[in-house]
Design a protein around this ligand. Structure first.
Ligand SMILES: [Zn+2]
Length: 423
């Protein structure tokens, strides 16, 4: 055996360990997805539909929310607000495995709490692995996550998971030149092979590299952007700065949506994991077919999607091709001293506070305003001051202000944006 196969065998064993210790089936799911994507289109559709029928049956017979439903077609499109209101009604009484609380911010600034299952987690990770493998990932490779990490210290289990996966986390909270210099040194020192991170943060780092470079990354194989819209401009910039191919990955976990870009740069939706529809306004509506514990069906993801039904991809995958994703954008918030912070920071900052129904950050050169939508009884500054303290650690403004239950500002396209820059 040569050095590389021994290396990836050890890497493989590490993922086996993740599966054994965490009760997941990531490797099995990855193998399944790879087999299913080669099925003829019709068979894939049937497969997804029959899984939907099974899920509907479970939902109807074991959850209060779907008790009175007669068929999938008759279900109303599910909004985040409904899930928030009747949260426990989506739990299946027949599901006996452990479930894990998860929350998501999305692009609207309204956090959503839900539960995920070992199968659903496995599907999410298998989908991510598919995207990494296109970029040259081998089991065991060092992966850098450039993302928003939780403010609360991660627990031991989490740390072990990242250790076994060989993932190193680089927080996007501080993207100052000083920090970026340190990140670049660390990426090379620890022989990072794959970078997986927010498109906007990677674009920001690319600009730094182009200003200070050329800087070489001898161990780097490829970069995968996630969580936000990757524009062709940003992709080109990242590619030029890092000298490696850049791919896109897209997911909306609560809806079972997992898509990866193949080597021909087509974005394939893993349609055997989810049952999807697109409404007349191009909203992606989806059902996670792998979450049998906390069942949410016909869920409005908040993303606008355009599919390309006609193209047959040269990679031979029959997973449907996404032509266009319009939706998520995150911005980099910068103060007058040049400290930069990824706007998703705010999503993570507020997501565990159940009293906050929605938020919006409005900033200018001198001031930062936090608009919070909370119950009138809870509109007490003292409770929320801790967030200002946290923000002050990263960004400096002359004034910080909390504003309760005032109407949110609309951005040019009238879509709710949770971070807005004022002149
Ligand atoms: Zn393809």
């Amino acid at each position: 055996m040569n050095k590389f196969t021994v290396f990836s065998l050890i890497g493989y064993i590490r993922i086996v360990l993740i599966d054994v210790l965490g009760g997941t089936t990531i490797l099995k799911t990855l193998t399944r997805f790879k087999a299913e994507e080669l099925l003829p289109k019709d068979e894939l559709k049937q497969l997804s539909k029959s899984r939907l029928d099974q899920l509907f049956h479970i939902a109807k017979t074991t959850t209060p929310y779907y008790k009175a439903a007669s068929n999938y077609e008759g279900l109303e499109v599910l909004e985040k607000a409904t899930i928030r209101q009747s949260n426990h009604e989506f739990i299946s009484s027949s599901f006996k495995q452990k479930m894990y609380p998860k929350s998501t911010g999305g692009s609207t600034g309204i956090p959503l709490n839900y539960l995920t299952t070992p199968a659903s987690r496995s599907a999410m990770w298998a989908g991510i692995l598919m995207s990494w493998q296109v970029a040259g990932y081998q089991f065991g490779d060092k992966v850098a996550f450039i993302a928003g990490t939780s403010i609360v210290k991660t627990n031991l289990k989490h740390k072990l998971f990242y250790f076994l996966f060989n993932i190193e986390v680089y927080s996007v909270y501080d993207l100052s030149d000083k920090k970026l210099k340190e990140y670049i040194r660390k990426i090379n020192e620890s022989k990072v092979a794959i970078i997986y991170g927010y498109a906007s943060a990677l674009g920001h780092i690319a600009t730094y590299l182009l200003r200070h470079g050329p800087i070489e990354f001898p161990y780097l194989k490829g970069i995968i952007c996630t969580a936000e819209v990757l524009t062709e401009n940003t992709r080109h910039q990242i590619q030029t700065a890092f000298f490696v191919p850049v791919f896109n990955q897209y997911g909306c976990n609560e809806a079972g949506v997992s898509a990866y870009e193949c080597k021909h740069h087509q974005m394939h939706l893993i349609s055997s994991r989810s049952y999807y529809e697109v409404d007349s306004e191009q909203h992606l509506i989806s059902t996670d077919l792998t979450n049998l514990g906390f069942i949410i069906m016909k869920y409005k993801t908040g993303d606008l999607i355009e599919f390309d039904e006609a193209t047959v991809c040269a990679c031979k995958s029959n997973y449907p091709i996404i032509k266009h994703i319009m939706g998520r954008t995150c911005d980099i918030v910068t103060d007058y001293e040049g400290h930069s912070l990824h706007s998703c920071f705010f999503n993570i900052l507020f997501r565990d506070d159940k009293s906050i129904k929605q938020f919006q950050i409005v900033f200018s050169d001198t001031s930062l305003k936090i608009y919070l939508n909370v119950d009138p009884d809870l509109a007490v500054e003292a409770h929320y001051e801790k967030y200002i303290t946290e923000i002050k650690k990263h960004l400096h403004f002359d004034s910080y202000k909390l504003i309760f239950n005032a109407p949110f500002l609309k951005f040019e396209n009238a879509k709710h944006r949770f971070v807005i820059q004022e002149d």
